[in-house]
Design a protein around this ligand. Sequence first.
Ligand SMILES: *Cc1c(COP(=O)(O)O)cnc(C)c1O
Length: 481
Amino acid sequence: MIDKLKQLEQIARQHLEPTSEQRKFLTNKVLNYSENFLDNIYELPAYVMEEKKGVGIYDSPIAESGIDIDSAIKLFKENVDTPGLNPASGGHLGYIPGGGIFYSALGDFLADITNRFAGLFFASPGSVRLENMLIDWMASIIGYPKSSAGNLTSGGSIANLIGIVTARDAKNLKAKDFEKSVLYLSEQVHHSVDKAIRIAGLKECVWRYVPLDENYRMKADELEKQIVEDKKNGLNPFLVIASAGTTNTGSVDPIETIGEIASKYNLWFHLDAAYGGFFALCDEGKKVLRGMGTSDSITIDPHKGLFLPYGLGTILVKDKMKMYESHYYLASYLQDALNANDELSPADLSPELTKHFRGLRLWLPLKLVGVAPFRAAIEEKLLLARYFWEKIQTLDGFEVGPFPDLSVVMYRYIPKHGDANEFNKRLVHEVQKDGRVFISSTMIDGKFVLRVAILCFRTHLETVDLLLNILKEKAKMLEQA
Ligand SMILES: *Cc1c(COP(=O)(O)O)cnc(C)c1O
């Protein structure tokens, strides 16, 4: 037994605990790769279309013994860090762009090395306080009171799920009530809202898609009309979901008016501001987003509007007890916690128990550079979208959608001959194949529409000018083909 233990210990020590020397060697290899990546990030393509699509990963299966770091990095580079989209690139102007500020990586490194248990206050009071401080800070941006609570999630999808589950329970909905209960949303909500409703068991509720105006914003008067009618018919309107920046068109629903209606008819108001919420950091954005504080719960994604690497969304709920009542496990434990210091633990506000200490990847950048650069960068994105909206109209053949509420612009090319949908499909393909920038497309009212979404912190005036040139060049090429 002792011999066996010694033998096992020796293997564990030798391989799971690198020496200081080995750590330096490995860290240097990873740092060299990272430094090289960052030194070249403005030249690296935003999109790489190639045949193998990372299949080489399968050629090196998981095995009993390891490989050296150079081989591992090579596998990563060729199969992972080459094909497809490069969200760290400022040229990523499709979907909702990513980011990946450097300071967050340092925060993640510290979080991983120290491995604090950030799920429960008693295990790591400082981690929980740090995350709660960030939640308070975000609540103040939204216009929520001190009595609100929140949770740092993996992203906006889980945040929406927590918000909708909280709404269901706050309105005391039971299975027998579902068929008579009504939720209101727009055709333009993110599909994660759709998923969240179904996962929350609310698929059988009555879904009302509120008509949209010409800017793809929910028509508040139609919402009210529908609620009144539903009530008259003996239904139970309980939830309205609006967007502060739809993913597709960047539209901001009339938040303040929806908030008034929700409160007048006693509906829960969930606001999906995953993409748009942090535009409230700048004055122009704040105007567009007026009224966010009238919601009951809100999703806001630091891995979008604060340019963090993927893996950080946030749900905020105005009435913290409602959030707690939907997600706690040990009530007796929480009573003490609440009385003792009023600190809620993440484990009591989300489905997760053990979790990544996500707060550090947000806290470190905010502490190291302060809020001011984030305000500047988000305002820059807003203005770049307006700049693009103005410029694209001056290019021959291009028509443009509504003036952008935030940083998504819709546009398309009208060819001299032939089908516009087909032409724009080819145009987006050509731009993606070129790879210097990446744009995406969408269908709006049966039209194939191109969109630019500006949110990467590395996207600047020269990136937008480059896109304009590429569009001009590719449209001309296709016209002549
Ligand atoms: C991105 C997005 C989501 C989903 O968030 P994830 O972080 O991708 O899970 C939800 N709603 C909106 C409006 C979004 O833009």
